[in-house]
Design a protein around this ligand. Structure first.
Ligand code: 8ID
Ligand code: ZN
Length: 358
């Protein structure tokens, strides 16, 4: 059995209180093997993607606050270097390469878990929100929920599949669409959105990408979007989409980080259309005409990350090369900068933090 040397201290990106700047701590303690509880594992991380959710958590702009001090991050990939004593029936072992997703752990026995909505479990632990996440070299996670990473995908390419990929994969899976249908993706140039373009193509859907700026336009069209709409330039999104789709889109998966991306979505759906709410602006409300929602038989569904099976399926598609994360690599110490870029809407695709770089 592999024997790993675990240091006592490590580098971590810490948010001391909500709204505070990131503090890079080079002396942050690492849990020893003896300190791990049954069911816990210690993962030495190669890298971690940075999701807009991490920014929401650091700013404290959601109705539910994150723990503080907080180490964010929930798109990590690394090697299991320790497992807690008395862990029974572990599906993973020392030396396995695994992914850490937003849903770090759930009870697996409640009604929600049994029905496959593990993310709604009342005992759910959330990486980088209720437990420390992947913006550190060593993260404590849970053997039942880490995602095995197939050998044929490098860690940096797999990282952002664990949140961005899993989330849009599941949202598209439940979007009530069939091959050949039109799907509108507001937020298409962002981390979630650019993967949504690709997972939609894998399902044979026709994609209308909605976002802004040349870099995002180029990325979306390169990844297989058939049409592009710049929300800053287009005067009438509803009539533009209605005309492209000859009567309205079959679905919209909204991954915009602002409430504005949701505006008019019900209006540009055709009868029977489905709105998948994914983007998580903390305070915005969803405005839809009740009359037209009923008259057009519209479904409005919230879609929240994914369960263990969604994670396995989303990773498998990426490992077979059908979906590729478009990312730029940065060191952990650049995280504050990454957040600035996110706030300004300047990041096309994703940023992945290389945790081996000090
Ligand atoms: O489980 C979930 N539902 C889940 C999982 C992971 C992330 C939800 N999220 C949430 C995040 O918390 C965030 O609110 O999804 C949102 C998007 O996350 P992200 O993809 O990581 O963010 P990003 O890379 O900044 O992309 C957001 C894109 O939205 C565009 C921006 O230009 C950017 O490309 N956008 C905005 I802001 N307003 C828009 C609008 N009105 C818009 N695109 C179209 N129309
Ligand atoms: Zn995320």
């Amino acid at each position: 059995m592999a024997n790993f040397v675990i240091p006592k201290f490590q580098t971590a990106a810490v948010v001391d209180h909500s709204g505070a700047d990131i503090r890079i701590d080079h002396e942050f303690p690492v849990k020893s093997q003896e300190e791990l509880l049954p069911g816990e594992c210690l993962v030495k991380l190669d890298c971690s993607g940075a999701c807009h959710t991490d920014l929401h958590a650091a700013l404290g702009d959601w109705p539910i606050p994150a723990k503080t001090p907080l180490i964010g991050g929930h798109e990590g990939v690394g090697i299991i270097v320790a497992i807690g004593n008395n862990t029974a029936h572990s599906p993973v072992k020392l030396g396995d390469r695994v992914g850490i997703k937003w849903l770090a752990d759930s009870c697996l026995n409640c009604e929600d878990c049994r029905k496959g909505r593990e993310q709604n479990c009342k005992e759910a632990k959330l990486s980088g929100f209720t437990v420390d996440g992947t913006f550190q070299e060593y993260v404590v996670s849970f053997v039942n929920h880490v995602t095995p990473i197939p050998a044929n995908i490098p860690s940096d390419e797999a990282a952002s599949v664990l949140c961005a990929g899993v989330t849009v994969y599941r949202a598209i899976k439940y979007s009530q669409t069939s091959p050949g249908d039109w799907i509108v993706l507001p937020g298409a140039g962002g981390g979630l959105g650019h993967l949504a373009v690709q997972y939609a193509r894998v399902r044979g859907l026709r994609v209308i990408a909605v976002d802004t700026g040349d870099a995002k336009k180029e990325l979306c069209l390169k990844l297989g979007a058939e049409k592009w709409i710049d929300f800053m330039e287009c005067k009438d999104i509803v009539s533009e989409i209605t005309s492209i789709t000859n009567g309205g889109a079959h679905s919209a998966v909204v991954t915009s980080a602002s409430g504005a991306g949701y505006r008019q979505a019900v209006d540009y759906l055709r009868p029977g259309g489905t709105l998948m709410a994914v983007g998580l602006p903390g305070k915005a409300t969803l405005e839809a005409s009740i009359w037209f929602t009923v008259f057009k038989s519209i479904s409005i569904l919230g879609s929240y990350v994914g369960n263990r099976q969604d994670a396995v399926e989303a990773i498998d598609i990426a490992a077979r090369g059908q979906v590729k994360v478009h990312f730029t690599t940065k060191p952990l110490k650049d995280l504050e900068n990454v957040y600035e870029g996110m706030k300004a809407g300047k990041i096309a695709g994703r940023i992945v933090l290389d945790l081996a770089q000090k």
